[in-house]
Ligand binder design. Structure first.
Ligand code: MLT
Ligand code: MN
Ligand code: ZN
Length: 299
């Protein structure tokens, strides 16, 4: 399978349009080459490409990815469909930008499909445009993306988007996907929203070649610290296991020495974005890296 990282930042991106924090200011000064789009991935087997999450940056992300260029037919696209890990706006706002009529199969959990009808009714909005076909997926049930490629959803958490607070709770609000290519044996796990390192997640990670995982925050109180708002939500309250600290995800990597780990969904508050900082050194020392926009993996 081939994999392109389309975006590696959390909601808002780096820099965020209305943020003058030190890290957003540094990114602005460095120029567009240093910017990170909002988290999304493209994955392909032998039968075309699938987007995993559709960020508000999707148009720029598709245009920046040579493999996603249309042709040779005038409206022929290599994109076959979309997989959603959750219903968060940074992962779904771009769906309306895919309304130009190409047939796409959109896969998401039943609660996420409901959120996209009731809370953020993009399914209703797009009903008259044609093209999108919606499919419910369930944890443990593989989705066939090509003869040799499957994606198996793993239930990761109960975190609902703020706009969906009135919808029922449930364990399928946040999914990871485990991609398995039976022709190469390659396995990739994609988990941009990881609330805790559960036994189910650990089992999915075991035996993977690459894991691209939630790197939103370095520490639990990062938002309060960075914004000065003492009441700001903690990383865990937002459904994001921090990277650092005694109970952070970085400590878990040593249990999987043959797996390559890449952090994505990086929030602009995360000190790991500073290539010269101690947090980045710690991450590198643990054998992990940051996902980079445009990065290509073949596995
Ligand atoms: C999240 O990842 O926690 C959400 O996308 C936050 C947001 O609404 O931007
Ligand atoms: Mn997000
Ligand atoms: Zn900022």
């Amino acid at each position: 399978m081939r994999v392109r990282v389309l975006g590696s930042a959390a909601g808002g991106g780096v820099p965020q349009w209305n943020c003058a924090c030190a890290q957003c200011t540094r990114a602005r000064r460095q120029g567009a080459g240093a910017w990170r789009g909002q988290d999304a991935l493209a994955v392909a087997g032998s039968e075309g490409w699938f987007l995993v999450n559709v960020s508000p940056d999707v148009r720029a992300q598709v245009l920046a990815t040579p493999e996603l260029a249309p042709g040779p037919g005038r409206r022929q696209t290599p994109l076959r469909g979309v997989l959603l890990t959750d219903a968060e706006l940074d992962h779904t706002l771009g769906i309306a930008a895919l309304r130009e009529g190409s047939a796409l199969d959109v896969h998401a959990s039943p609660v996420v499909l409901r959120a996209l009808t009731e809370g953020f009714p993009v399914r209703t909005l797009l009903a008259g445009y044609g093209g999108l076909r919606w499919h419910a997926v369930l944890p443990g049930q593989p989705i066939r993306l090509a003869a040799e490629l499957t994606a198996t959803p793993i239930a990761l958490g109960h975190k609902r988007p703020r706009y969906a607070a009135a919808l029922p709770a449930g364990p399928e609000w946040v999914l990871a996907y485990r991609f398995h290519d039976t022709s190469t044996g390659g396995v990739l796990v994609y988990a941009p929203g990881l609330a805790e390192w559960s036994p189910a997640f650990d089992a999915a990670v075991a035996g993977a070649d690459w894991v691209i995982l939630d790197g939103t925050f370095w520490r639990d109180e990062e938002l309060a610290h960075s914004t000065g708002e003492r009441t700001a939500a903690t990383a865990r309250q937002m459904g994001h296991l921090p990277i650092g600290g005694e109970h952070g995800s970085l400590r878990r990597l040593a249990h999987h020495p043959s797996v390559r780990f890449c952090y994505t969904h990086l929030n602009n508050t995360n000190p790991v974005l500073d290539a010269a900082g101690p947090e980045r050194a710690q991450l590198t020392e643990a054998g992990a890296q940051l996902a980079e926009d445009g990065q290509l993996l073949t596995l």
